[in-house]
Design a protein around this ligand. Sequence first.
Ligand code: ADP
Length: 385
Amino acid sequence: MIDFQHKRIGILGGGQLGKMLFQAGSPKHLSIHIMENVRDCPAYAVCPQFTIGDIKNFDDVLHFGRKMDIITIEIENINVEALEKLEAEGKEVYPQPSAIKIIKDKGLQKRFYDNYAIPTSPFHLYESASDIKKAIDNAEILYPFVQKLRKDGYDGKGVQLIHSADELNTLFDAPSVVENKVEIEAEISVIVARNKNKEITTFPPVQMEFHPTANLVEFLFSPSDISENILEDADNIAREIAERLDIVGLLAVEMFVTKEKEILVNEVAPRPHNSGHHTIEANYTSQYEQHLRCILGLPSGSTKAHHAAAMVNVLGAEGYSGQVKYLGMEDVLREEGAYIHLYGKTTTKPFRKMGHITIIGKDILHVKNKAENIFKNVKVISESK
Ligand code: ADP
């Protein structure tokens, strides 16, 4: 017998991923509690069991977690020490703090891939901008290269491509990973779900298209147009990482397919992911529901897609900051198979993720066409500039 309401699940973070996790638990009336430091956040509107608290603060996380049976996250930027203490006190914490610690630090993540011979682009770790300059002088680093902050980067912030010596003045002066610039043919993502019984399911790979300078996903589609054997390798790599991390819950694995058709792991996220939004409408089980099933020890659902899908991120337009206004939504509402998700953020700023739109249909080319039109016509602006 399953008692769906019995376990209190605490989610750290009230962003859009927290909101959608709550919504996925709602049909089974799961007992979900969310902590975030402000009420002006996406999850507050849907989750009545809401605690005000700072997810980066040790005491806040500890106090919140002690009232829960299972603690999970919607963002990695949380206080891991408090999660370790909760785990030591016997609470179920998924993903486990040991995995979050590795993933939160891009340097440790890269070393982890190296340790297990998981393909990733060659890299070096540096403490400061001057260390990077010395390494350039010693020809340890060659142009062009990518610099990534080890900690606290997100949505392309904290990642930059350096083409030549002229751009060295923009180097981040903080511990960072420096890696070769990869000649990318395509970027794909495989979301793995691993439950408490170590049973693994994967969602079909999706292909992501990025904004050329903001390093942010603009839209993605599934199925991807990459060949079957590459996708099979990607699926195997994603499973291996989940196993090596011994993770319970979701793990989104972002990979590059190079021009030479090689797969390189870029990075992973131990939580629901932007590249799985479309699973709400296009797959038998959504990534959000699968995560909840995994951490509750329930049987995994089918991850199969019943429709082709594209997802368009609704991003704040460049040049606008302030009270949000959405343009072009009437046409989306008229479109068969288009689903608008807005996160309820009251103010927009350039490239802020304000929502997403999923388009499903029988034929991927048709779906992609619709997505491209929506992408061109929907605009997020503010009342005043
Ligand atoms: P974030 O954690 O902010 O998402 P990523 O490490 O995923 O940052 O980098 C963001 C984007 O930058 C990638 O999706 C890719 O388009 C580009 N990028 C990252 N690393 C490289 C690389 N080594 N070579 C070429 N492009 C890269």
